[in-house]
Design a protein around this ligand. Structure first.
Ligand SMILES: Cc1cc2nc3c(=O)[nH]c(=O)nc-3n(C[C@H](O)[C@H](O)[C@H](O)COP(=O)(O)OP(=O)(O)OC[C@H]3O[C@@H](n4cnc5c(N)ncnc54)[C@H](O)[C@@H]3O)c2cc1C
Length: 370
């Protein structure tokens, strides 16, 4: 069997791409697992992009319209009238996208692992049996530890972090996510509490598992009230190239992940549109150029991450004072964009009073971010 495009990896990004391509190309997806879902992922997706990308409504578990930010000693709340983000069920998201892709003509090879390329063909293994599939174009959508990236010798100096997430029973404000920034417990990342409903939330962080258990205690959540535990990893950085010959990387395989929040679903899907355009035009080499806005967001996120890593908890307390002020909250509530952190930061820095206060904390932070 020969395909126009063989997508390796049936995660959210691979399945989304299969949808986009299936009407114009003969497409197949190979997925090493026997069923969808199961990956460590909170499943928060910006509402605007969820709608714009046409993602399946049935995957939505909860709608979030606000956030409460906590430092060690302060907190402030951002509240919007309409939902800004959705919490989704990854299994339903992935399966619905796969079903749609099949209806549009894509072939799926489940429980099938990509091993490498041989003479321009993909070598695959299913239940101990090896076989090959030939395609005109191959896409590695096989996640952060991408085998396809290794096969095309893509290079990276990214920062790889382990992420830990639990589902825990407790009491939560159902439409508000909590973001806790406390470097005394975790130097590496913030903690999030994302409610599934008023009595269940996904709580997680990147860095160390011990930090997550310390946080549960501080947040007064019982370790014995944990009903699910998951671990995974993310990579913050650049993996190059995103395309070599007739093989492209997409989603986490290309490290299309926001280094600010570790969200990767939307960025990967936006790049799927870029890849579709490049393939339809018969100019796959244009793919990276068409992702320039995502590259700009990642590059900003990497600068943001560098700044975050250099901050002490005292600096964070000072920044919280500024961001918790009425003026900053008004800017965030009216102009913050869930997926465009360049726009959000610019909106804050455009206010002379806020800019002056941040410059007083550290001129280099502002210079570095701008
Ligand atoms: C703790 C944690 C929380 C997160 N929270 C969020 C969040 O709230 N929002 C958000 O947007 N992002 C979040 N992310 C990131 C998000 O999970 C990823 O960005 C997203 O899963 C990327 O999708 P993908 O399809 O590119 O890769 P993946 O979801 O990793 O899918 C890759 C697929 O490829 C398959 N595969 C791998 N190797 C092979 C092979 N050799 N052969 C065949 N198949 C293969 C895998 O089985 C998998 O199904 C989180 C990540 C972690 C670790």
């Amino acid at each position: 069997m020969r395909y126009d495009v063989l997508i390796i990896g049936g995660g959210p990004v691979g399945n989304y791409l299969a949808n986009l391509l299936a009407r114009d190309f003969k497409v197949a997806v190979v997925e090493k697992k026997g069923s969808f879902g199961g990956k460590a992922c909170t499943g928060i997706i910006g509402a605007e992009n969820f709608e714009r990308l046409g993602l399946p409504e049935e995957a939505i578990l909860n709608k979030l319209r606000g956030a409460v930010f906590y430092s060690r000693i302060q907190s402030f709340e951002i509240e919007r009238k309409s939902p800004q983000a959705y919490l989704v069920d990854r299994k339903i998201l992935e399966k619905s996208l796969a079903e749609r892709a099949v209806r549009r003509g894509a072939d799926y090879y489940m429980s099938t692992t990509f091993l490498g390329f041989k003479n321009g063909r993909a070598v695959l293994q299913r239940f101990g049996e090896r076989f090959e599939i030939e395609a005109g174009f191959y896409v590695g959508a096989d996640g952060v530890s991408s085998t396809v990236a290794k096969a095309i010798r893509a290079q990276t100096k990214a920062e790889f972090l382990s992420g830990y997430e639990v589902e825990v029973v407790g009491e939560f404000k159902p439409d508000f996510v909590e973001v806790w920034v406390n470097k005394d417990i975790n130097e590496e990342f913030f903690f999030w509490v994302a409610p599934v409903n008023e009595s269940l939330a996904r709580v997680g962080t990147f860095g160390g598992l011990e930090a997550l258990y310390k946080f549960l205690k501080i947040r007064m959540l019982k370790p014995n009230a944990v009903v699910e535990f998951k671990a995974g990893s993310v990579g913050f950085g650049v993996r190059k190239p995103w395309i070599r010959g007739n093989v492209a990387l997409i989603g986490d395989a290309a490290l299309q992940i926001k280094p600010t929040t570790a969200g990767g679903i939307v960025f990967g899907m936006i790049c799927a549109h870029a890849l579709r355009s490049a393939l339809l035009e018969g100019r796959p080499e244009e793919y990276e150029k068409l992702c320039k806005n995502i590259k700009r967001q990642i590059s900003f996120g990497l600068r943001f991450r560098k700044v975050f890593r250099g901050l002490s908890q005292d600096d964070i307390e000072k920044i919280f004072e500024v961001l918790g002020s009425e003026e900053a909250r008004e800017v965030i509530e009216s102009q913050a964009d869930f997926d465009d952190h360049v726009k959000t930061t610019k909106a804050i820095l455009r206010r002379p009073k806020l800019l002056a206060k941040l410059l007083r904390i550290s001129p280099s932070i502002v210079r570095y971010l701008v």
